[in-house]
Design a protein around this ligand. Structure first.
Ligand SMILES: Cc1cc2nc3c(=O)[nH]c(=O)nc-3n(C[C@H](O)[C@H](O)[C@H](O)COP(=O)(O)OP(=O)(O)OC[C@H]3O[C@@H](n4cnc5c(N)ncnc54)[C@H](O)[C@@H]3O)c2cc1C
Length: 578
């Protein structure tokens, strides 16, 4: 079946819904989502959304932009960071006006709390910049935006999974989609397509990310010749529940929680004397792993899965139940611990993709280092790289990125489609996807996807994790390519058409394998340590050679890497101390 819309938005997380709100004002807009919209991972975001409102103490957008650039270890495009910080203020008030129930100060203003790497006056000390709704901020954003989209009659196609992108040279014509309930293939012809498909933490064994975070948007783009930017930078959040990876929000440390090693020491004093437990995430995660390696983990055996304690006992029941209710529940459910009484066992967990589909500040996808645009193709949110997070994202800047750049992209799309022609794809445009699905479900025997997935996640966790070196990453590239080879003969056992989640998971695995390869190859290529990319064999940042974005092109079994200039037009890169 062929559908026609001016604008097709793929993804109904914060980025997709904000873009839909804007685009639908000026164009006939459809939102396709493989999940019911409010099950998108944005709903799991806990801690907050940053904006220099200055409600609790003095703050300025300029300080916010600077923190973002420095937090990203100077790989951030600085004009984009300026836009992020300046537009943050209106964005948060817009959310408030649309009905988002933020926590309040006693005077009735939006309350704000501390988060890692956010400082006053260019690094003097922590500042209260994160606006929050208890520890359910993402949930509230998603609910608010979804209700607004329903009110504005946006057309939703829920449980529709996009499997291919239709590109003709440098113009986008639409997408090919499987409808989960029937197994039917649909073509959505569109003047513009906007990807807002979220992250891909599922390439790693221990992750805070939902099962659906399989990086479909970036993988589809990569297979159609679009490069992916800065894929070597993947953030490990310092505090996942030990062994499970479920996130314990940075808000716990924002409210005063302290990390301790087996001797009970507040070890961040030795790594970040000014910001302590609220240093940027790359620094805190490395510090935890260094403690563990030195036998200072709680077990003291130096093994990679030893852990440390996040101590929130001194915050008291009152603060925990009013400001961190979900976290308190998680600890009780998954650990059998009341955080008011006992410290929480934590370990870093794969959390956030700084890299993704390269875009300009209007969300337009670019295809090379001369910033050539793909007509009618947009990306926003975690799947995109604009780049405001550089080599390491600051906490609360992602929800902000969704809102600011989701909105900008939606506005640009709305104007673009007015002058674009409606493409006329034939049903044969879905043939490639149909042949592939027919093969996967032809009933013959083949390897099981589950084993391939497990091996991929272990390889990425152990060899392309927090600390990296040439030997391990080289092995990872080979191992992932072997898994990609095995994947070519994979088959699903369930060959029915209706609700074939087995099939859709296999398709997602193909995406994760491609992104694993691109991540490992990009990391192997960058011979320096910067932000979340920390190499034992190249421990220093090397601005002379590596103050550049990487663009990775997937070409069969190999990845071709090119460089793109970083915008450093406001602040000169300096060594990063906290
Ligand atoms: C546990 C957790 C807590 C977090 N807390 C915070 C926080 O406090 N503050 C902060 O700033 N950031 C936080 N983050 C990060 C932030 O929440 C995410 O980066 C952000 O929500 C991603 O939003 P998105 O709109 O890009 O994608 P998502 O919300 O992940 O949505 C992706 C959408 O794409 C759709 N989709 C994907 N593939 C397809 C396909 N093939 N076909 C059709 N649809 C598809 C999905 O159905 C979904 O609707 C947190 C992340 C996690 C995992």
């Amino acid at each position: 079946m062929i559908h026609k819309f001016d604008t097709v938005i793929v993804g109904s997380g914060g980025a997709g819904l904000y873009a839909a709100l804007e685009a639908s004002k000026k164009s006939k807009t459809a939102v396709l989502s493989k999940l019911y919209p409010i099950r998108s991972h944005t709903g799991a975001a806990q801690g907050g959304i940053s904006a220099a409102l200055g409600n609790v103490e003095e703050d300025k957008a300029e300080w916010h932009a600077f923190d973002t650039v420095k937090g990203g270890d100077y790989l951030v495009d600085q004009q984009a960071a300026k836009i992020l910080a300046e537009e943050a203020i209106q964005a948060v008030y817009d959310l408030e006006n649309r009905g988002l129930p933020f926590n309040r100060t006693p005077e009735g203003k939006i309350d704000q709390r501390r988060f890692g790497g956010h400082t006053r006056n260019f690094g003097e000390g922590p500042v209260r910049r994160a606006c929050y709704s208890a520890d359910r901020t993402g949930h509230m954003i998603l609910q608010t935006l979804y209700q607004q989209c329903i009110k504005n009659d946006v057309a939703f196609f829920d449980e529709f999974q996009v499997v291919d992108l239709l590109l003709d040279g440098t113009t986008c014509h639409g997408v090919v989609v499987v409808e989960l309930s029937t197994g039917e293939l649909h073509i959505f012809a569109a003047k513009a397509v906007l990807f807002a498909t979220g992250g891909f933490g599922r390439i790693f064994k221990i992750t805070s990310n939902a099962y659906a975070n399989s990086g479909d948007g970036p993988a589809l783009c990569a297979r159609r010749g679009i490069p992916l930017e800065d894929m070597e930078f993947f953030q490990f959040h310092p505090t996942g529940i030990m062994g499970l990876g479920i996130l314990i929000s940075e808000a716990v440390r924002g409210e005063g929680g302290i990390l301790r090693n087996r001797s009970g020491e507040r070890f961040m004093e030795g790594y970040s004397p000014t910001l302590l437990d609220l240093a940027p995430r790359d620094i805190v995660s490395r510090s935890i792993q260094t403690e563990v390696r030195a036998g200072q983990g709680i077990r003291g055996d130096g093994k990679i899965d030893d852990y440390v304690h996040l101590d929130a006992t001194h915050l008291g029941k009152e603060v925990l139940t009013s400001k961190l209710p979900d976290i308190t529940d998680f600890c009780k459910t998954y650990l059998g611990i009341d955080p008011a009484e006992k410290p929480i066992p934590v370990l870093p967990t794969a959390h956030y993709a700084m890299g993704g589909i390269p875009t300009d500040v209007h969300g337009r996808v670019i295809i090379d280092n001369a910033n050539t645009i793909v007509n009618g193709l947009y990306a926003a949110g975690e799947c995109a790289c604009v780049s405001v997070h550089g080599a390491n994202r600051l906490g609360t800047n992602s929800l902000l990125d969704l809102v600011v750049f989701g909105r900008r992209a939606g506005q640009h799309v709305g104007d673009y489609v007015k002058q674009a022609d409606m493409p006329q794809p034939k049903t044969s445009a879905a043939d490639e996807a149909r042949d592939w699905i027919d093969k996967l479900t032809d009933g013959t025997a083949g390897p099981h996807g589950g084993h391939i997935s497990d091996e991929m996640q272990v390889t990425m966790m152990e060899k392309v994790g927090i600390y990296r070196n040439e030997n391990d990453m080289g092995t990872a590239v080979d191992e992932i390519n072997e898994l990609r080879e095995r994947y070519k003969t994979v088959r699903v056992q369930d060959t029915t058409k209706q609700f074939n989640t087995d099939l859709l998971e296999i398709i997602e695995l193909g995406n994760l394998l491609d992104l694993s390869l691109i991540t490992a190859a990009s990391a192997l290529n960058r011979q320096e340590s910067r932000g979340a990319h920390s190499r034992e064999d190249f421990p220093d940042r090397d601005d002379d050679k590596w103050l550049v974005h990487s663009l990775a092109y997937l070409e069969g079994d190999s990845v071709r890497l090119e460089e793109k200039t970083v915008d450093t037009s406001i602040w000169e890169p300096k060594p990063r101390t906290y």
